[in-house]
Write a protein that binds this ligand. Structure first.
Ligand SMILES: [Zn+2]
Length: 262
């Protein structure tokens, strides 16, 4: 299979995933009247984290605000951050493209996505990437009472802990770009000193075509940028090589969010 064929195949598979996901991390809430979110039964058997070292735990970065939108503007580093959901083939393809280019990324995983694809948690960590929490069901957190928000955060944290030995290094709220102060506090109560927002939205979840994704990101990226991207979309997969080439040409290194802030 040529790379083009592979991208075509992914596009076909990702179409359904994209439709199911419908909206990006920062988009408005889900369409009312949609099917209720599935609650996994007892869940598929999880791979034992036994032999593997526990994944890194969340860290406090002194001097940084509770909500992080970007990194230092005086260093040649950026963070590519991904909504962890959708067709797992797109996740694997993006991880492989990043690794080919020597890039590290940050994946904010949706808990029910991890329930369906538990092996991806270790796959992400094994590639040297950051893995974090993006709520259990990707609901509109700003529409939930505090208890509901906390339940969404802790349910995903529990999945991560079971699969990796850690609740993940970052938390990003679902369907809201900028977290409210209350959301930041609830995330802190769940164990995440910082909530991860972003300062560059690739808009890849609107499926505008790979060229548009590349143009949006390369047109706005600068030192310290935290870029919002998504697994589950063929455009994102197709855009990765050109995006990574562009960063390389500018001397910008794509690093994990932890490294961006360290
Ligand atoms: Zn999202």
């Amino acid at each position: 299979m040529t790379p083009i064929d592979r991208r075509r195949a992914l596009r076909t598979g990702a179409g359904a995933a994209a439709t199911a996901l419908a909206l990006g991390c920062g988009g408005p809430g889900p369409t009312p009247g949609g099917p209720p979110p599935r609650t996994p039964p007892s869940g598929p058997p999880s791979p034992r984290p036994a032999a593997a070292r526990p994944a890194p735990a969340p860290r406090r970065f002194p001097g940084r605000p509770g909500q992080i939108t970007h990194g230092p503007r005086d260093r040649d580093r950026v963070a590519l951050t991904f909504h962890g959901g959708g067709d797992p083939a797109t996740a694997r393809a993006i991880l492989a493209e990043a690794e080919r280019a020597g890039a590290r990324i940050t994946v904010l995983a949706v808990g029910e996505w991890l329930d369906e694809h538990p092996a991806l948690a270790r796959r992400i960590l094994d590639g040297g990437h950051d893995l974090g929490n993006h709520t259990q069901h990707h609901r509109t957190l700003t529409e939930l009472p505090d208890a509901g928000v906390l339940a969404e955060i802790t349910a995903c944290a529990e999945r991560l802990r079971r699969l990796t030995g850690s609740i993940g290094t970052w938390f990003r709220p679902s369907r809201t770009h900028i977290a409210t102060p209350s959301l930041v506090r609830l995330a802190q109560r769940a164990g995440y000193p910082h909530t991860l927002a972003y300062d560059l939205d690739s808009l890849d979840f609107t499926s505008p075509g790979a060229t548009a994704v590349i143009r949006t990101v390369t047109g706005q990226i600068r030192r310290g940028s935290v870029v919002s991207l998504h697994f589950g979309y063929a455009d994102t997969v197709a855009a990765m090589p050109a995006l990574l080439d562009d960063l390389h040409r500018r001397g910008l290194r794509a690093v994990t969010t932890t490294e961006l802030l360290s």
